[in-house]
Design a binder for this molecule. Sequence first.
Ligand code: TXA
Ligand code: MG
Length: 315
Amino acid sequence: MKNEQLLMLKPDLAGLEKAAVILQGGGLVSFPTETVYGLGADARNDRAVARIYEAKGRPSFNPLIVHVADADAAARYCEFNDIAQRLAQAFWPGALTLVLPLKADAGISKLVTAGLDTLAIRVPDHPVAAGLLGAFGGPVAAPSANPSGKVSPTTAAHVADGLGDKIDAVVNGGHCAVGVESTIVSCVGDPALLRAGGIPAEALEACLGRALVVGQDPELPTAPGQLESHYAPRGKVRLNAPYAQEGEVLLGFGPVDADLNLSVAGDLTEAAAHLFAYLHQLDAMGAKKIAVSPIPDHGLGRAINDRLKRAAAPR
Ligand code: TXA
Ligand code: MG
């Protein structure tokens, strides 16, 4: 049974005002960004942030990404060095999260940072997210708006299906254009890629004129073979499959005869935009075994393959 209280808000002024009031009161509001739908709460309010973990059923307090309206707002909460400044200038608003030293007086809930002295922060490139951040006027902590371990939502309907009875409202802003989460770069020490995502690492490296070191995504366990099952559809996933075997549904890429095709043209941007919606659709189809075409491991393909590996991890 879905919560009859779930408010589906229109992305107009009245809807955004209402959403802002809910956030101010410590409520949970899901909103669209260019990457995926976020599950937002006031990042300064411990109880509100705790409700995020509760709603998602997260087994542990992973640190969350804070969303702000612009780089000036971000500078209130963390320290920017030259590299961070350059990346923010080039890619904000956009699908880039920067991990930066947290300012002592930032007032961000410790539940957001999981006690770390760094903060992950970004300026989303979406008119509805921007409107909400403007109306609210404060920092919004927001992980993807899905139950822990499930596929990230790229439509308001995905959010309602997964979390409808656990949150207060969702602002309906249609589907998300990028379709995979933001790229995470740590600017503490040598700039490091912590998570492949919506902005290709190559673009960041071109901007900086240097290679990113590969950092450790804190969500990934260190020992091989313990890869956390994540982003998982209900069916069993087999990767790098040129074609489907008996009983498998093929999630294709490129010119293959597939049940669902991420991009017939072999376009990685189009594939990223379709990825989570198609994983949801495979659940809706009742697919028990899913084969996935090989996907080139460069540009957005790295983010896609990262998500697919987690979908295929033993659970
Ligand atoms: O596209 C996105 O980034 C979406 C939308 C809603 O903005 N958000 C998102 O948030 O993907 P979430 O909570 O699902 O992912 C947070 C990631 C985790 O991998 C977490 O470990 C990392 O950010 N993270 C957060 N704070 C960190 C920190 N201080 N140091 C290192 N990693 C951090
Ligand atoms: Mg997530």
